[in-house]
Design a protein around this ligand. Structure first.
Ligand code: CA
Length: 524
């Protein structure tokens, strides 16, 4: 009996592709940023920045062009990744919630399969990380400089320790330290290398305080959007570059937590620029154009430091013989507005914030330089990590492993539509609650729940993405689209049933606790 089983195992292993002969299961390095959009990653768009190390993952691996997030906001996206479940099932529907770490998560399943697991950097789920052999994470959002970070003490209890330096570099240092000194080389690993950058308010690192000073960054086509082709939510938000950026966002005020040395370098870089700005006494469009340049340059400076640190980690893998048997995956918790529609921030089901970067390098499995256009999602990441490790995906996870796609073989029954749901209203930036469906060609959005004026909203938008990729004109009321509208409504209902979306939002949002945009002083 034993001999037969052994023969069968040998026979089946001979039938597997060559990559499966690897001596041990692949390691996984998941590189994750906060608010990094495809428009600022040169493998997707080189009109603003060159990101050589991120691009290396794309040129040696696969670039996914349509990776959609289920709920375009920081904490919820992270909870989706931990669980492989939509927000209404994992319980973390909006920032400010606390993640229930007792539930099933992919790192716990990887641990059971013999993986060692580590998370370094931004966590943002409030509760202490569970399922990780090692954690060293920022407190909440974490600052750009001198971050306190939480790690386990000798008894396994969380302790918060101070650090001095630039947070992006500190997260890079700690990631390299874990790889070099803390991991068990005898075990496969899953390492989450997670940055705070380039989240608001975009404070550049010491190496990039004056980088890009002498260039002008291209403006997006829709910077001057007047929102006339859409329903009231697009007009009633609080996220325009023109009106809703404060003095810290625009670096007219220095960060309050710098060391004297950091502060001197900061002032040396920003004081002359700010003096020139005040002297120019800009108004109207010229002022918005200045704000755009200041904002986007600072954002790109933050991205540049992340890219440098990715380069350090990729080099470590090269220098230590780890590249061949390590899957490197790059993504962000959602996309972002770099001035499109006149905005910064995220939240919307519109393309710029629903689409996020996804790059995957897996030597011997993924064809170098390949591009995938299927609809994939952060809902698939947990399942993909399990798939890479050869661990069975639990039935109650709601996404699918991307491993077949990585092998260039998209299953025939792969999804052709996608369900999105945003809950955080009232809340920062005043974006109405909404849900909807997209097929990549057409998109249907329903805004619902409390409205800006204290009443209720129930309104719809429909976009023809081929004809109107910038989503400037809703066709919902256009009779020519009535058949498409019906088809999308049916699909939306089907997806809501499949994903078990409740009719009433699962957790009542806390009493209005506006953060971010209420106490800000707009720069006139
Ligand atoms: Ca984010």
């Amino acid at each position: 009996m034993k001999t037969t089983a052994l023969l069968l195992t040998l026979l089946s292993s001979l039938l597997l592709p060559p990559s499966s002969f690897s001596a041990s299961p692949p390691n996984i390095v998941f590189i994750f940023t906060d608010d990094h959009c495809q428009q600022a990653l040169s493998a997707y768009d080189d009109s603003r920045i060159v990101t050589p190390h991120m691009d290396r993952i794309a040129t040696e691996g696969m670039r996914f062009d349509r990776c959609y997030v289920t709920n375009s906001i920081c904490g919820p996206s992270r909870a989706v990744i931990q669980t492989g479940k939509h927000s209404h099932l994992n319980g973390f529907i909006r920032n400010g919630n606390t993640f229930n770490g007792d539930q099933q998560t992919f790192p716990k399943l990887l641990q059971k399969a013999g993986y060692q697991t580590a998370v370094v950097g931004k966590w943002h789920l409030k509760s202490t990380p569970q399922g990780y052999d090692y954690y060293d994470v920022l407190v909440g959002q974490g600052p750009y400089y001198n971050p306190p970070m939480i790690t386990a003490d000798a008894d396994g209890n969380p302790q918060t320790l101070p650090h001095t330096g630039y947070t992006t570099d500190i997260i890079g240092d700690k990631t390299l330290d874990w790889l070099e000194n803390r991991r068990d080389p005898g075990k496969p690993f899953m390492l989450m290398f997670q940055h705070k950058a380039p989240h608001r308010n975009w404070q550049p690192g010491p190496d990039y305080l004056t980088w890009l000073d002498d260039v002008e960054i291209a403006e997006p086509e829709t910077l001057w959007d007047d929102y006339s082709g859409r329903e009231s939510p697009a007009r009633n938000q609080a996220m325009t570059i023109e009106t809703h950026m404060n003095e810290s966002d625009l670096k007219l005020k220095a960060p309050g937590n710098l060391t004297p040395g950091q502060r001197a370098a900061w002032d040396a870089a920003y004081d002359p620029k700010n003096e020139a700005f005040l002297k120019a006494n800009l108004t109207g469009k010229a002022l918005v154009k200045w704000k755009y340049q200041r904002y986007v340059k600072d954002y790109l400076r933050c991205v540049k430091s992340v890219d440098d640190n990715i380069g350090r980690v990729l080099k470590y893998l090269d220098d230590n013989g780890l590249t061949e048997n390590t899957v490197v995956m790059y993504s962000s918790d959602q996309g972002w507005y770099l001035g499109e529609h006149g905005w910064f921030d995220k939240r919307w089901m519109y393309e710029e914030s629903m689409v996020t970067p996804l790059l995957v390098r897996w030597p011997g499995v993924v064809n170098a330089g390949s591009v995938n256009d299927d609809i994939v999602s952060n809902l698939d990441f947990a399942e993909t990590f399990l798939g890479i490790a050869g661990v069975k995906v639990p039935k109650d996870m709601q996404g699918r492993s991307l491993v077949p796609l990585l092998k260039g073989k998209t299953p025939k029954n792969w999804r052709t539509s996608f369900y999105y749901h945003y809950y955080e209203f009232p809340g920062a930036h005043s974006v109405n609650r909404h849900f909807g469906v997209t097929t990549g060609k057409h998109k249907l959005i329903r805004y619902y729940g409390p409205d800006h004026g204290g009443g209720e909203i129930d309104t719809w938008e429909l976009f023809d993405l081929d004809k109107d990729p910038n989503e400037l004109k809703s066709e919902y009321r256009n009779p020519e689209y009535s058949q498409i509208r019906k088809t999308l409504e049916t699909e939306l209902a089907r997806l809501r049933k499949e994903f078990q979306v409740p009719e009433v939002d699962p957790v009542p949002p806390p009493k209005e606790k506006r953060r971010g945009n209420k106490k800000q002083t707009p720069v006139k």
